[in-house]
Write a protein that binds this ligand. Structure first.
Ligand SMILES: Nc1ncnc2c1ncn2[C@@H]1O[C@H](COP(=O)(O)OP(=O)(O)OP(=O)(O)O)[C@@H](O)[C@H]1O
Ligand SMILES: [Mg+2]
Length: 307
């Protein structure tokens, strides 16, 4: 859909991801009041990828997330933490309009991607999902060959046809996902024959293959052993040079190890109506959240006294 491509291209016109976009609207979107960790005064303020402003998400009458506001920054890893049911996945799914696929889901407030309202009716959700890839909790390769898993997205998006151009995309994606050396001699084998950790890296390669800007990861390591988890964490660290990453994790050490900023969500219970809703309690640099949080609820959670 060309009108959509145009509206999103206007949002991020410069293909080289390492070049800081210099258009006026991006300068305007810089966070004016960051709270850098003590040892990071010299860090440049990264451009804002997502500006979430007073977002609430409903499933029918039920409000799963209430009034969340935060900014996700370019080439950073942003972690979402909090107890089960506080709306982490629900909010993450708003970033690439996956909630569109749930008929009862409704999003209010504003969610901008490089200044463009993702919920503008002119924006095509398929194009949004090409630019904003997702990796799920349970590795979910297609029951196809390793190569076809990676080639599927670029083929559907029309990025390349079968042949050397597609072979390059497959190889580069597998290399970026740190899987190439393990699978280069078995590209035509069924992906379901890979180990869980390899399958998850294949899913990351599949997400990278459509040349996205952002990777959303919903508990990507929860089904993996500690060695595979470490590999994915190292990989995330490498990938943030090229991508902006938002990760949901229940593993507090993981959030502290890999992320630059952390958002702590909790469940607020309304005693009168007995209704529950997810709220964003605190969002700051990860170092602050884990060493000196502003909110007592955050402190209780990160120190294990709650949740
Ligand atoms: N498709 C859906 N339809 C109706 N309610 C839903 C749907 N998906 C999630 N919910 C509800 O929305 C709330 C938030 O769910 P969500 O999955 O976002 O939480 P979460 O923080 O990701 O939890 P967990 O840590 O267990 O994954 C929960 O009360 C859940 O039951
Ligand atoms: Mg979840």
């Amino acid at each position: 859909m060309s009108s959509t491509a145009t509206i999103l291209d206007a949002a991020k016109p410069i293909p080289e991801r390492l070049v800081m976009p210099a258009t006026d609207h991006l300068v305007d979107s810089l966070d004016p009041e960051p709270h850098p960790p003590d040892d990071a005064e010299d860090l440049p303020t990264a451009a804002v990828v997502f500006d979430v402003d007073a977002v609430s998400v409903y499933y029918g009458e039920f409000r799963a997330v209430q009034d969340a506001s935060l900014k996700v920054h370019e080439h950073e890893i942003t972690a979402f933490i909090g107890p089960s049911g506080c709306g982490k996945t629900t909010l993450l799914r708003c970033f690439n309009r996956m909630n569109d696929l749930i008929s009862s889901a409704r999003v209010t407030g504003s969610l901008c991607y490089y200044g463009v309202d993702l919920y503008n009716p002119q924006v095509d959700a398929v194009e949004v999902r090409r630019r904003i890839g997702m990796v799920f909790q349970k590795p979910n390769p297609f029951p196809k060959s390793i190569k076809d898993n990676v080639a599927y997205g670029p083929k559907v998006a029309g990025l390349a046809k079968k042949g050397p151009a597609m072979d390059d995309i497959v190889e580069n994606s597998l290399r970026k996902a740190a899987l190439w050396d393990e699978v280069k001699d078995r590209l035509n084998d069924n992906a379901l024959g890979l180990s869980g950790g390899q399958q998850q890296r294949l899913c990351i390669a599949r997400a990278i293959a459509t040349d996205p800007d952002v990777l959303l990861m919903d508990e990507p390591c929860s089904a993996l052993d500690p060695i595979a988890t470490t590999r994915i964490e190292e990989l995330m660290h490498d990938l943030k040079t090229d991508y902006s990453i938002v990760i949901v994790t229940h593993n507090m050490q993981q959030a502290a190890r890999v992320s630059d900023r952390t958002a702590f969500f909790s469940v607020e219970v309304n005693a009168d109506s007995d209704s529950r809703t997810g709220i964003l309690v605190e969002y700051d640099f990860t170092q602050h959240i884990f060493s000196n949080p502003s909110d007592e609820r955050t402190e209780n959670y990160v120190t294990g006294r709650f949740g």
